[in-house]
Design a protein around this ligand. Sequence first.
Ligand code: NDP
Ligand code: OXD
Length: 321
Amino acid sequence: MTILFISEDGDPQRWLNAVTEHLEHLEHLEGFDAANDFRIWPDDGGNPAAVDIALVRLPRPGVLAGYPNLKAVLNLGAGVDDLLADPAFPRHVPLGRMVDDSLSGGMAEYIVHGVLHFYRAFPAYARGQKEKRWQPLAAVPDPGRWPVGILGLGVMGRAAIRALGPFGFPLLGWSRTAKDIEGVEVFAGFENLGHFLSRSRILICLLPLTPETRNILDRDAFGHLPEGAYVINAARGGHLVEEDLIAALDDGHLEGALLDVFRSEPLAAESPLWNHAKVIATPHVASISPSRNFAAEIANDITRVRAGGPPRHLVNMKSGY
Ligand code: NDP
Ligand code: OXD
């Protein structure tokens, strides 16, 4: 039985280090011998039939289909859209994803930073500083007049909600299924999306990327947002129609955007988003992976899978998240 690490992430070594630095977690696994039972793709010496678990971070499309006896694929990240976009992905194999407190804690910090940045008018003060203009705003704004709408009420959305709770913003949430979350007005389904958007002064996207949610942040959605609204996208670049965002910022309907993810990453040098006066761009770092608990989480899942169970955070192949 062999664990295979496969990554074509921009920096696969970073991921490999995170796995191998903590091999002692794996060595606690019964019968696990790191020297023989852990392999790194591409590995032409090994027998593909011996591989029972694949640890993956952006594997090359088609690669996983070459391992006929997989008991699980464990994704070293939260989002699985890249994996499921591969037509050759072995859909009969249980797919687990990363969920842990340091990933969601990082996201919560990022979202709180973004919301406070816009609410406390930091973009205006940054412009003032450039122009050496001493111009305080008249008063601290009233958080009650800054409703924050969160698209996606899963692990990340709920972490953001918990972190935003103490600031007093009215909180709105949107998800596929109806739910009851204390202190949050929840809207469910596309039939209620327009109403949800029309109430959100700051819109935050924390949805998984699926065929239903692709391009959800488009001209139509921006049209529903109130005049002067802000957009934060920390989910996936495929949610956002970048030209529509730029148009809504340029015509003054939207006031600003904080973007962590892009349709193509790294963001191309010629992208107008780099220099747009109303855009803040960060390089996919809302949650910094690998997280602190990374290796322990993997070891936990490997133990479960080898005992015949599913990974702890199993992806639903039908819904795609
Ligand atoms: P979850 O699976 O825990 O939550 C997904 C949420 O989205 C659920 O509330 C779900 O609704 C909702 N949803 C899914 N499809 C729809 C739909 N069609 N209509 C309405 N709501 C929908 O995911 P996470 O919170 O863990 O992660 C979300 C995404 O965040 C990841 O997929 C990843 O792309 C991104 N991410 C980005 C990071 C970064 O560093 N920038 C780091 C980590 C994650 P319901 O509750 O009804 O099922
Ligand atoms: C992600 C992650 O899904 O880094 O973006 O975990």
